[in-house]
Design a binder for this molecule. Sequence first.
Ligand code: FNR
Length: 379
Amino acid sequence: HEIYFGGLSGVLPKYPVDFAGLEARAQAAMAPSLLKYVQGGCGDEFTQDSNASAFRHWGIVPRMMVDCSVRDLSVDLFGMTLPTPLFMAPIGVTGLCTQDGHGDIAAARAAALTGVPLTASTLSNDPMEDVAAAMGDTPGFFQLYTPKDKDLAESLVHRAEAAGYKAIIVTLDTWVTGWRPRDLNDSNFPQLRGHVLSNYWSDPRFRTMVGRPPEQDVRTGVMTWAGTFGKVLTWDDMPWLRSLTTLPIVLKGICHPDDARRAIDSGADAIYCSNHGGRQANGGIAAIDMLPDVVAAAGSTPVLFDSGVRSGSDVAKALALGATAVGVGRPYSYGLALGGAEGAAHVLRSLLAEADLLMAVDGYPTIAALREAGARRLP
Ligand code: FNR
């Protein structure tokens, strides 16, 4: 209401309400190397571009004469009822997105302001305990990059449990970092200096492994990351992952229906259909185009989705195609860069407001109704 009626009555929003406007504003505001890191993808960014453009060949058919005066956008996930179907995807080094270096805390405060869960990355700049504390009553998820050292994996997961995170999201597609020309051509990240990835650098197990306080520079940061993480996970590791926690385990990066089936058979509690926003492998098919097959294979198992969501209508399309919850990455990062917690909250609220309005106009009072109707693929 605030954004919509404000806009209609000539009260300009503090930040743009659409992705193109947001990105343009962020482009002008962010330091060049930070912008490259956030905005960039793999190779010539075919997959990243396809992720967003593929939403244009899916459409929702409107229904009329349905009472949509009240909409219910809540979803059930991991035994909780969440007020909205949106969540913030994990973004490593989010700290840099705000001037004070505490972007993770700002994102957590945006979660507290909106009720939209945040997924804290293994590579958060602030310790996951501080990030969780800033979320207030809004639930959060912890994203695990699996370390080669099993004790470190155990330590990170147990810290996440103790901090109150509600699920462990294991990222499968990043045991090596993708071919990202924007970063490779200019990996000088001056603003990274002094911004320690303290979530894992302060981990008690990690500190016993390195034996001394790590140096706070980019090269050490990158090389330490590469040496510490990058365990090559296979299906044989599922019993071990399962043994680490009683929290729901979500496998992130699944785009093939056979992998979805295998994940569920191996004990995963949810599937996360994503291609990392096109940052890990170029040449891949848009994630939204694989979502229907993954949803069909998953059956009653929840399917989280991200990659290319840029608007409320994209959110609605992903839900219509069967996603249980929909994640965004770059959009809220730009919000953080423009206005910290308030900026990120504005981005999330704009996405939700547009999705809600679409459901109102198109005759879908609930997400279940939207899902039942589905989306049509355009010729
Ligand atoms: C990411 N992503 C990511 N994923 C993950 O599992 N752990 C991480 O630490 C990161 N870090 C990260 C940094 C940056 C700058 C970006 C843009 C993305 C991927 C992220 O979780 C998500 O899959 C994509 O961002 C979704 O695509 P969109 O919404 O950015 O198009």
